[in-house]
Write a protein that binds this ligand. Structure first.
Ligand SMILES: CC(C)(COP(=O)(O)OP(=O)(O)OC[C@H]1O[C@@H](n2cnc3c(N)ncnc32)[C@H](O)[C@@H]1OP(=O)(O)O)[C@@H](O)C(=O)NCCC(=O)NCCS
Length: 165
């Protein structure tokens, strides 16, 4: 199925995005992170207030990923230093394994090229094996590891991966 990408623009969009992020993160991350860290990260990075700040003042853009007119995931990006930072790519559980990630990369890489950006890069939890394999299959390579202190006593233990365009 062909999916569509719908920009997040209004406060209502932001509220719906935050609700979806809460669902996906609480469904997916228990295998990798403590419940306390998930709550902290959702509140810090994906609450309506955080999303409003990111989109209004920090240059982030979010898109709902829609299949058959229904949101099945979302992605968030920011252009920085001549490259596209792929900040978020999350599909609802039932939307995984349908080729939507490949279409999302087609969209994001096309958008990056259209904006004259030279690469797409991202951070991914080092133990998120499936996502790392998906990114490798798409041509991303691991540049380095990064242990980022995100406050609250929590660390994000990530790979930084990049794909030149
Ligand atoms: C990461 C995520 C977006 C990927 O989407 P997905 O639907 O699971 O990915 P797919 O199963 O469609 O796989 C995408 C591609 O990677 C390939 N791939 C997947 N696993 C692979 C493996 N182990 N080895 C080689 N290729 C693999 C698939 O063949 C597919 O290629 P194709 O599009 O050319 O057919 C999705 O799993 C997700 O939302 N996960 C939970 C949240 C998350 O981890 N987000 C990323 C945080 S950084």
């Amino acid at each position: 199925m062909q999916i569509a990408f719908s920009p997040v623009r209004t406060q209502d969009d932001i509220d719906r995005l935050a609700a979806m992020a809460g669902i996906v993160w609480h469904e997916f991350f228990p295998a990798l992170l403590s419940p306390e860290q998930i709550d902290y990260m959702v509140e810090r990075f994906q609450s309506p207030q955080a999303l409003g700040e990111q989109t209004a003042r920090q240059g982030y853009e979010y898109f709902f990923i829609e299949a058959d007119g229904r949101p099945v995931g979302y992605t968030g990006i920011r252009a920085e230093g001549g490259k596209l930072f792929l900040s978020k790519l999350y599909l609802l559980r039932e939307a995984r394994g349908h080729g939507y990630a490949g279409q999302a990369f087609d969209f994001l890489e096309g958008l990056a090229r259209a904006r004259g950006l030279s690469a797409v890069w991202l951070t991914v939890n080092r133990f998120n094996t499936h996502a790392v394999e998906v990114y490798k299959a798409r041509g991303f390579r691991i540049l380095r590891t990064q242990a980022a202190d995100i406050g609250g006593g929590f660390i994000m233990d990530d790979y930084i991966m990049e794909k030149s365009l």
